[in-house]
Design a binder for this molecule. Structure first.
Ligand SMILES: [Zn+2]
Length: 222
């Protein structure tokens, strides 16, 4: 995508954000990797222990935060790229690099896009149909002091989504599911490791003790 003037700033602010985000430790390890050129509406991807999750959108916005306060009740994503269903997470910074706002879409998939007329900066077509998606799942973070909190909040959202079984029901995500399963710790009865298993009939995930068949501990993830 052609980005006059702002492209260098866009990339450099994204790179410094990624460096700061990745320097905060977390378990499981959550990292972001920017991509060179915006692809399919994504500026980069989130990874959990090297398992790729989904894309995110990065924007640097002028005159968007007022004295460090984000003044809107919802975070809207109005880029037409939402039509491609690519963006699950939007992260935006102010021009001073002091404040971030991060919004994720109802734990990453469920909020429905809507079509609206919006004003554009193109003088030839000042109004344009655009697909928008609004979320109340956003927070404002101080750029330098609250990066670890952003990471914790994202992990919580991912974890809740995992418990809802909505996005991670494919075998490709089994590595990711295992990482979340590790958060539960070992079997409370025999202290063996708990591993993720799936009920063959219902398709539901549960944690089973590796001490099976001597130990029958299982933990429902409902
Ligand atoms: Zn056990």
């Amino acid at each position: 995508m052609y980005r006059p003037d702002t492209y260098d700033i866009h990339n450099s602010t994204l790179d410094s954000f990624a460096a700061l985000f990745n320097s905060c430790e977390s378990f499981p390890e959550l990292t972001i990797r920017p991509i060179e050129q915006e692809t399919g509406g994504n500026d980069g991807y989130l990874y959990l222990n090297n398992v790729r999750l989904f894309g995110f959108d990065w924007e640097r916005r002028d005159n968007y935060f007022h004295n460090g306060v984000f003044p809107f009740p919802t975070l809207g994503q109005y880029e037409r790229k939402i039509q491609k269903n690519n963006i699950e997470l939007s992260i935006q910074c102010d021009s001073q690099g002091e404040v971030l706002v991060a919004g994720w879409h109802d734990d990453f998939r469920r909020e429905e896009p809507v079509t609206r007329q919006i004003a554009t900066s193109d003088p030839d077509s000042p109004q344009s149909n655009a697909v928008l998606r609004y979320t109340e799942h956003f927070h404002v973070y101080h750029y330098t002091t609250e990066m670890a909190q952003l990471k914790r909040d994202l992990l919580t959202a991912l974890y809740n989504n995992f418990l809802d079984h909505t996005s991670f029901d494919s075998t490709a995500d089994s590595g990711l599911l295992t990482e979340f399963a590790r958060k539960f710790g070992n079997c409370p009865r025999c202290h063996s490791e708990m591993i993720l298993r799936r009920n063959r009939n219902s398709g539901e995930w549960f944690l089973g003790c590796t001490g099976f068949p001597d130990c029958h501990t299982s933990i429902s993830l409902r």
